[in-house]
Design a protein around this ligand. Structure first.
Ligand code: CIR
Length: 253
């Protein structure tokens, strides 16, 4: 169960955010509208929201998921692989301290972005991407161990972040896309494999029995509903233009 979420309002500078999507520039006003609806969806799932102000110095700062890992036992600040995102961690730290007595950090020379981390119970899968490296993952696994949690590294080569191609929906159900479909680390799960034309919807979010699904991906929506979950669609077009998915927009804990 999750009870809270931290989000950060998108900044106008989001137009300069990192992207490989090639889908054009985001519309700032529409992004703010979509962000507000995202917050409403989180509230519908029973979460209390901490909404942080926009940070104009950091174009990608609305994607708060990447800069911290919040678990039931500990809070860890990451050290993002993307240089333009590194300063975001110091800004999230204050908000996290309100909820966790101790906050530990991934230190140089390791890199981690938490979009590469998928939680399955007390185990954390850590994707080795362009943003998260072995040194960062090793630090993270050591920290998790101190709190009686575990982690393992996942080899990957095609996706931006691990959760760009994977979403754990609890109850052993896992949405997978592309290189994750037959990945040796995940064959024990009930895999719901996503077609190329709906690949963006591989990033969904399970919150207290409801699954948030990006709007406009009917096959994925149907497959999730067939599993018995309640679903809530959220329009995400402006964040998709910046390679950001539903999970990226919040820290849930
Ligand atoms: C970035 O490239 O860092 C942002 N434009 C998108 C971050 C998406 N975050 C995520 O997948 N967890």
């Amino acid at each position: 169960m999750f009870t809270r979420a931290i989000v950060r309002k998108p900044c106008k500078a989001m137009l300069k955010g990192l992207t490989e999507a090639n889908m054009g520039l985001p519309d700032y006003a529409l992004a703010c509208e979509q962000h507000q609806d995202y917050i409403i969806a989180l509230k519908e799932c029973g979460l209390q929201i901490t909404e942080l102000p926009a940070l104009e110095d950091y174009p990608d700062s609305c994607f708060v998921e990447d800069v911290a890992l919040l678990t039931p036992k500990c809070a860890i600040l990451t050290h993002p692989g993307a240089a333009s995102r590194r300063g975001e961690t110091q800004h999230i730290e204050e908000a996290i301290k309100a909820f966790y007595p101790e906050v530990v950090s991934i230190e140089l020379t390791g890199h981690v972005e938490a979009g590469d981390i998928m939680m399955v119970g007390g185990h954390f899968y850590i994707g080795l991407s362009d943003r998260t490296d072995v040194k960062g993952a090793e630090q993270l696994i050591e920290i998790l161990g101190k709190y009686d949690l575990s982690g393992s590294m996942v080899e990957m080569s095609e996706l931006l972040h691990l959760k760009t191609g994977l979403s754990y929906l609890e109850d052993n159900n896992l949405l997978t896309f592309g290189e994750m479909n037959e990945h040796v680390d995940f064959i024990q799960f009930n895999r719901i494999k996503i077609d190329k034309d709906e690949d963006y919807a591989a990033n969904c979010v399970w919150i207290n029995g409801t699954v948030l699904v990006p709007k406009g991906f009917p096959k994925v929506l149907h497959a999730i509903q067939q599993l018995g979950y309640k679903t809530r669609e959220v329009a995400m077009s402006e964040f998709q233009k910046l390679d950001g998915g539903l999970s990226c927009l919040s820290l849930r804990f």
